[in-house]
Ligand binder design. Structure first.
Ligand SMILES: Nc1nc2c(c(=O)[nH]1)N[C@H]1C(S)=C(S)[C@@H](COP(=O)(O)OP(=O)(O)OC[C@H]3O[C@@H](n4cnc5c(=O)[nH]c(N)nc54)[C@H](O)[C@@H]3O)O[C@H]1N2
Ligand SMILES: Nc1nc2c(c(=O)[nH]1)N[C@H]1C(S)=C(S)[C@@H](COP(=O)(O)OP(=O)(O)OC[C@H]3O[C@@H](n4cnc5c(=O)[nH]c(N)nc54)[C@H](O)[C@@H]3O)O[C@H]1N2
Ligand SMILES: [Mo]
Length: 781
């Protein structure tokens, strides 16, 4: 049966985007002048001239705030690197404009629009209404949100939590924008209350990287610094679109290229940012043709990376077998690793016919890439969602580690593993304990520091939390940031699950769909953003964050807050803690609101590597967390104390005849579920988002034509899931593959289609068929 999401935002297919869509040629290069003008125009529209200048001047500077965009690191003086006057990119500027906007959604707005009406709007529309300015409540049976005093809001949440039969019926979600201080207090609140139910956006993001790297190297993080990227002689970029999602990384790639590095890009799409780069900060970049980036572009099929990496491994092993000592870093492999023999045996037996099918690549190209890896003296491997969101994501990432281990590319300058993180503080949140399965050592340290006993039973991750709410086991859903309803898979099922709750609470900066898909009662608690001044009794405070390369540093908000009623995330959690646990609790909840240094002292006592935290985050560049593989080639965190090769079966997605494999990805004009606008400039798609990109030969084979309106029908197990009315766009993607935007296509991702081990939704490998759009298919609801 067709399962059109009952409450799918009508806006998504009733707006005029079907008529306003304009399709042009995909671009061959990224950034440069259009990037700068777009960012300034958006900032101007949202903030006006004065605020724009003030804001962008402080972005990513030592005295300013950390960009709320991506987690790409800023240059560090300690590494001999200097920050440019404008250390931001087009999309960072858009992220700031989105937060620093002068538009407001206050009590009047909520009086004018019922929740039912708002549930018919798209995330784009909701986000454009502006900043949330005061706490709002949706009471049982009410049609509209109405204002509520902060104190009443806290007692409402505390009362509801206390009425649960078991603390494990509460779910505490986090998105990766939360500061370290807020994250630490938040996990303490959840665990103090009695649950490890701390799902976070990382469950949908780099969980697979964490799981794979913990097994391979003993630490679930990358092993490179920005300087390593600059010094590498070979950079392999797999399943990542840096031109859009980490634009400042293009400067690093370009710098490495100036130093003579080669770049290999592995991607089903010829992303503009991988092909050429025009650096807006140099004259050549603004006026010239820019620099070519990828020396080798491997247009792999979706999910074909494991096969490709095993094929490279097969060649490296066979070259080593025929001329021992020429490929393998023998000292490293023998001294610091185990499992090579099993791995080598596995890849020697590789079935090349399967590699052909899985990758769609020419064997000569695979051999060229293997040759580059065999000759490189300093290789950095970067990857993002193109690897993590597959059923076999964890073994795929372990294959990346295998290649690095063979050549000894960990723990030396210019080399290493670089999972490029998403949210600006997603890595910091994890370090602070936002995880449903923190290790015993961390939990024991919490007990010792606060004189409490936190639970040991693992909590729910995102997918488990959705199942629990669906089954009536999860009853209170509390979120610090994020947009759970739109970011998670299987929109229809997830929304039903949220509606099953007795209470849903969102600590947010801006309105989104999760605020209007509610439990019996709901609260919106508006908070300060990263850009805003956080003042307590006349004194400005700062918070701290950790970037993708484990550098921890301060972030000082600079702008006047959107409303006087906003509280910082820490203040909200501190007051909720007091309401929930009372004044006599061993944890000094009330103190946290006014004293971030006190929180940082607790962090220093509990979190490994954070000793002397208060002093070190006050250094101009902060400090870098210890990372044994990177710092000293030690792998103490693995089962054997050595880095571990993994021997994995060859796996790739099975796609039946007449079907396509769909990936869900970001446009150039969105931040996850926050849609800035309708321009996917580099891919040549303007004015709409309901498009599906398919190879022209596949379009013809399936009996359609470019421009046709189709329904996307996902096939999984018994049922089907349908996303109606997408415009077919003929696009040079790999054969058999399709691409559509997240979150519009999330309705197609089955809740049970997840990565083995990491449980990350397999959002890049959905088997779909195309059906001519049925006339009525747009009028769901
Ligand atoms: N402006 C902006 N910046 C962002 C974000 C944003 O939405 N907007 N989001 C942030 C977040 S949370 C994250 S996690 C990152 C995401 O950064 P990315 O991972 O770059 O984001 P996606 O758009 O999901 O793009 C995935 C890329 O992988 C490719 N790909 C998909 N499947 C495969 C595959 O099977 N194999 C290979 N080799 N490639 C594949 C796609 O073609 C695409 O180029 O960006 C962060 N930065
Ligand atoms: N199909 C598909 N699904 C995906 C993905 C995909 O590639 N394909 N990617 C996945 C990935 S990588 C990720 S990380 C998740 C993202 O999942 P989430 O992190 O849940 O989603 P976001 O869209 O980043 O959340 C945006 C909301 O955060 C709030 N917000 C913004 N700034 C702040 C702040 O400073 N404080 C607070 N409290 N709130 C703030 C605003 O209200 C905004 O509406 O989505 C995942 N979902
Ligand atoms: Mo992410």
């Amino acid at each position: 049966m067709a399962a059109v999401a009952r409450n799918a935002p009508r806006e998504d297919f009733d707006d005029d985007s079907e008529n306003s869509l304009r399709i042009g040629e995909p671009k061959q290069w990224a950034a440069g002048i259009p990037g700068v003008t777009v960012s300034l125009r958006r900032s101007w529209e949202q903030m006006g001239a004065g605020r724009t200048v003030r804001t962008l001047r402080l972005l990513n500077q030592r005295s300013g705030f950390d960009c709320p965009g991506c987690a790409w690191p800023e240059p560090r003086e300690a590494d001999g690197e200097h920050r440019k006057l404008a250390e931001f990119c087009e999309n960072g500027a858009k992220a700031v404009a989105e937060e620093a906007t002068k538009r407001k959604a206050g009590a009047d707005f909520f009086a004018a629009h019922s929740v039912e009406e708002l549930a018919g709007k798209s995330d784009y529309w909701l986000g454009q209404q502006g900043r949330l300015t005061e706490p709002m409540v949706l009471r049982e049976g009410a049609t509209h949100y109405t204002p509520i005093a902060w104190d009443e809001a806290f007692s409402l949440v505390a009362g509801e939590l206390r009425s649960l039969a078991h603390p494990g019926e509460a779910i505490f979600y986090t998105s990766g924008r939360t500061s370290n201080e807020a994250a630490f207090v938040y996990q303490l609140l959840a665990r103090g209350f009695g649950t490890n139910n701390l799902p976070d956006c990382s469950n949908m993001c780099h969980e697979s990287s964490g799981a794979a790297l913990t097994e391979s190297t003993g630490i679930g993080k990358g092993t490179v610094s920005l300087a390593d990227v600059h010094e590498a002689d070979l950079i392999v970029v797999i399943g990542q679109n840096p031109g859009t999602n980490h634009p400042r990384m293009l400067s690093a790639l370009s710098k490495a290229k100036d130093n003579g590095a080669k770049v290999v890009a592995i991607n089903p799409l010829p992303e503009a940012g991988l092909l050429r780069f025009k650096d807006p900060q140099t004259v050549r970049g603004v006026l010239g043709k820019g620099s070519p980036l990828a020396d080798e572009f491997c247009q792999v099929r979706l999910g074909g990376d494991l096969a490709l990496l095993q094929a490279v491994g097969n060649l490296l092993v066979s070259w080593e077998d025929s001329a021992p000592g020429t490929v393998l870093d023998r000292d490293f492999v023998e001294g610091s690793t185990d499992g090579y023999a099993d791995y080598a045996k596995q890849v020697r037996a590789l079935d090349w016919a399967e590699v052909d099918k899985a990758t769609g690549l020419a064997r000569e190209q695979i051999a060229r890439v293997a040759g580059m890896i065999a000759r490189s003296r300093r290789t950095v491997y970067c990857w993002a969602m193109g690897l993590t969101q597959h059923k076999h994501a964890v073994p795929t990432i372990r294959e990346v580690a295998n290649l690095a281990l063979m050549r000894g590319m960990i723990g030396k300058p210019g080399a290493g593993l670089c999972p490029v993180r998403g949210h600006s503080n997603v890595q910091g949140d994890r370090t602070m304990g936002i995880w449903e399965r923190m290790p015993e050592s961390f939990l024991a340290a919490l007990d010792a520091e606060f004189g409490i006993t936190v639970p040991r039973e693992h909590g729910w991750d995102v997918v488990e939390a959705i199942r629990a709410m669906r089954d009536g086991k999860g009853k209170v859903f509390f979120a610090v940031g994020g947009n759970f309803a739109s970011a998670t898979p299987d929109t229809e099922h997830t929304e039903k699950a949220l509606r099953n709750c007795s209470l849903t609470v969102h600590v947010s900066t801006k309105l989104n769909r999760s605020h209007v898909v509610t439990g019996t009662r709901a609260l919106i608690l508006p908070t300060l953003g990263r850009t805003e001044r956080d003042v307590w009794q006349g004194t400005e405070r700062f918070v701290t964050v950790e970037d993708s390369m484990s550098a921890v540093h301060a972030s000082h908000g600079a702008l006047a807050p959107a409303s006087e009623q906003l509280l910082s995330e820490v203040a909200i959690l501190s007051r909720l803690g007091t309401a929930l646990f009372g004044e006599d609790h061993p944890v000094p909840w009330a103190r946290f609101e006014g004293d971030y240094d006190a929180i940082r002292d607790h962090i220093a006592a509990v979190v490994p590597g954070c000793e002397d935290y208060n002093a070190r985050v006050r250094e101009p560049d902060g400090f870098v967390l210890p990372n044994p593989p990177r710092d000293s080639r030690e792998f103490t965190g693995t089962l054997t104390g050595k880095a571990r090769f993994a021997a994995s079966e060859l796996e790739y997605p099975a796609v039946p005849e007449g079907r396509l494999l769909l990936q869900t990805m970001r446009s150039h004009d969105q931040y996850n579920t926050t849609i800035y606008g309708l321009s996917d400039r580099y891919r040549g798609i303007e004015g709409g988002r309901r498009v599906v990109l398919v190879h022209p030969a596949d379009i013809a084979e399936l009996g359609f034509a470019d421009g046709d309106l189709v329904d996307l029908v996902s096939e999984w197990g018994e049922g089907v899931r349908r996303a109606p009315r997408f415009r077919l766009v003929s696009y040079p993607t790999a054969r058999g593959c399709a691409a559509a935007y997240f979150p519009e296509a999330n309705a197609l991702v089955p809740l049970d289609a997840v990565a083995d081990t990491s449980n990350t939704p397999a959002s890049k490998a959905i088997v779909i068929r195309l059906e001519a759009a049925s006339a009525g298919s747009g009028s769901a609801g």
